[in-house]
Design a protein around this ligand. Sequence first.
Ligand code: DP6
Length: 359
Amino acid sequence: MNTVQFIPSELSFSIEKATYKWQTPSNIALVKYWGKRDPQIPKNASISFTLNNCHTITSIDFVKKNTSSEINFELFFDGQKKEAFKPKIAQFFDRIKSYCPYIFEYDMTINSENSFPHSSGIASSASGLSAIAMCLLNLEKELNPKLSTAFINQKASFLARLGSGSASRSIEGPLVVWGNHPEIEGSSDLFGVKFAHKVHSIFENYQDAILLVDKGEKQVSSTIGHNLMHKHPFAEQRFLQANENLSELSEVLKNGDIDKFINIVESEALTLHAMMLTSNPYFILMKPNTLEIINAIWSFREETGSKICFTLDAGANVHVLYPENEKEKVNKFIAESLSKYCQNGQYIFDAVGFGAKKL
Ligand code: DP6
């Protein structure tokens, strides 16, 4: 695998002081990444919708320093110094330092905020790390103006992946594939690539309502979860299945077979949780209300012919997916019939988005 391309050769270090600010989104996987090996290489390819409203805004102030022996940064979240988040970011910088030698040259002050509520159970690592990656690439572009936008996006995704695998899918949109897949040209284990084909109009501006079932701290970190796939009795079969599901889904996205879409997406969500149920140690991340919502979605689909479906990430929250032409009907259904299963009645209406934005 060629990672040398991401080691910069021509940097001028002409900049004394700079601030860059980026907004990057969360994403929701349709085919799930669950299982990896070092260094952050996925065991199967995954694909996600990039979101729009759920995002992180991060600015980094860079101030040139006199010595370049160590990496120095301060971290603020919602205006407050956040020591608790520092180890994860320090580990991220350590993983990327050979690709971003300039982080030794500057004192960095990182200011970050999320558009979604605190500890909502919505993973912030994808949007959080992709936002830092874009700020770093912004500096790199200033230090080497020859860099193309395509390279910048690719390297940002490459860096973000080293922080959190799913973050590699949060640079571009509306659909991003991460992980080498024989049928997806250009796909790579190293970075996410935009799904290159024309997508059927039914999937344009697809809606995602995130139902906040349980806002508690995650019982199991995703890193521990991924590690449980190492000795998992069904792991190899799962990785094959995910790659097959991606082959099928990529046809579905082109031909608009929405019933097949629903089948693949819901099966992926339940399989992800089945992997957790059947690992050792085993765990259950769904809550009773997760199941209430799933059953209510199935009844609604049965009764109304709606094309609504659900997916889950590694938690109890439910992502409700539906085409734009059903927005009015489904939003009403969510408010009237599903919100009662949400903690404090909270849910977030989101839709597919297009990736990182410079502010
Ligand atoms: C269930 O990207 O959070 O959301 O690479 O350890 O940071 P790390 O894991 P992370 O795993 C995400 C898992 C998932 C499925 C997915 O987004 O594909």
